[in-house]
Ligand binder design. Structure first.
Ligand code: NAD
Ligand code: UDP
Length: 329
């Protein structure tokens, strides 16, 4: 039986990944300090004998604290919502850097394969649209988003250098806005905010004039990409990225469908016609990227993968989750 370590395993994406791995017969160890994750996210599989939960902060662990050997390591621990990472900015930068370092040291110790959850924030407020992996980004080092963006950029550097220096079998995914069931109702990101507001008949808070764009990926598509990427042999990874002129294995995953935030608000209300919510406009936070859309050519080529769930379908499932778990309970 293969053994996997998932840091951030009680979070939105981490808990879905644990469930997928357990379903595939893996033994899974999830580590999480429950900053934005919850024990509730683990209830569906907490009793599975193959599952172990370690409540701990990745910045306070040494590799020896986690008993391996692990076959696969997934580095996901890090608050991802601007509201939560900005509430604890220094902790966020340290989590991003020390969290991936912990995973890299464990992967090096055990000869494990590693997947690092990077982000479209690497591109900052992008100067090139859509974003593709050769783009070095346009990132403010001293703004309110920098704790997350720069933490994730250093994490990518550490992964690239562990590959060059120690030959660790690692790979990175730059994740574009991903949503779905198990997002925290107070997560603060746009889809969970809009859905909760519409279900509660509260004002829908659009930041700025709502003309900024994002591309929204349903979580199931992302978890499938994780699993396909993890299955690719190191030699194939090396030759693929060398052929594409990239110094380290990094691919975008996201859904290229691009929507303005205003259009997202209108779509949410369209799917909830009984809601009496109104659109209201709030100040745009500083450094909020104006456009975002992934170029997924590399993921298509390497993984034979592309997202399957359109926004309307994913929104319907997400609305049903929030209604059942957080409104009607
Ligand atoms: P999330 O906030 O639900 O999950 C993050 C998890 O990490 C939480 O359970 C949190 O408690 C845990 N965590 C945070 N700091 C920790 C620490 N110091 N020690 C231990 N655990 C800690 O967010 P998510 O959307 O599931 O994101 C998971 C990963 O994917 C993050 O690394 C995030 O940066 C990345 N990502 C997500 C998206 C997205 O749209 N969902 C986009 C880009 C990147
Ligand atoms: N946003 C909004 N209202 C909200 C939450 C977010 O208009 O209640 C906007 C936010 O300013 C950004 C976009 O929606 O332009 C996506 O925000 P989110 O926090 O989900 O993720 P980001 O892509 O900014 O990290």
């Amino acid at each position: 039986m293969k053994k996997a370590l998932v840091t951030g395993g009680a979070g939105f994406l981490g808990s879905h990944l644990c469930e997928r791995l357990l379903g595939e017969g893996y033994e899974v160890v999830a580590v999480d300090n429950l900053y934005t994750g919850t024990r509730e996210n683990l209830t569906a599989f907490a009793a599975n004998p193959g599952f172990t939960f370690v409540e701990a902060d990745v910045t306070e662990l040494a590799p020896g604290d986690l008993t391996g050997p692990f076959d696969e390591v997934y580095a996901l621990a890090c608050p991802a919502s601007p509201a939560h990472y900005q509430a604890r900015p220094i902790f966020t930068t340290l989590t991003s850097i020390q969290g991936v370092l912990l995973c890299l040291d464990i992967a090096r110790r055990d000869g494990a394969r590693l997947l690092h959850a990077s982000t479209s924030e690497i591109y900052g407020d992008p100067l090139v649209h859509p974003q593709e992996e050769h783009n070095w980004g346009n990132v403010n080092t001293i703004g309110i988003r920098s704790c997350y963006d720069e933490g994730k950029r250093v994490a990518e550097t550490l992964v690239a250098d562990y590959i060059r220096v120690y030959d660790v079998d690692a790979r990175m995914v730059r994740i574009f806005n991903t949503y779905g069931p198990k997002m925290h109702p107070q997560d603060g990101r746009v889809i969970s905010n809009f859905v909760m507001q519409a279900l509660r008949n509260e004002d829908i808070t659009i930041y700025g004039d709502g003309s900024q764009t994002r591309s929204f990926q349903y979580f199931e598509d992302l978890i499938t990409a994780f699993r396909k990427y993890m299955a690719v042999e190191k030699s194939v990874i090396r030759s693929f990225f060398t052929a594409h002129g990239l110094g380290a294995p990094v691919i975008n995953t996201g859904n290229p469908g691009e929507y303005t935030i205003r259009a997202l608000a209108e779509k949410t209300l369209e799917l909830l016609p009984e809601s009496t919510s109104k659109l209201v406009f709030k100040p745009l936070p500083s450094d909020d990227p104006k456009k975002r859309k992934p170029d997924i050519t590399l993921a298509k080529e390497l993984l034979d993968w592309e997202p399957k769930v359109p926004l309307a379908e994913g929104l319907v499932k997400t609305i049903a989750y929030f209604r059942d778990r957080h409104i009607n309970r």
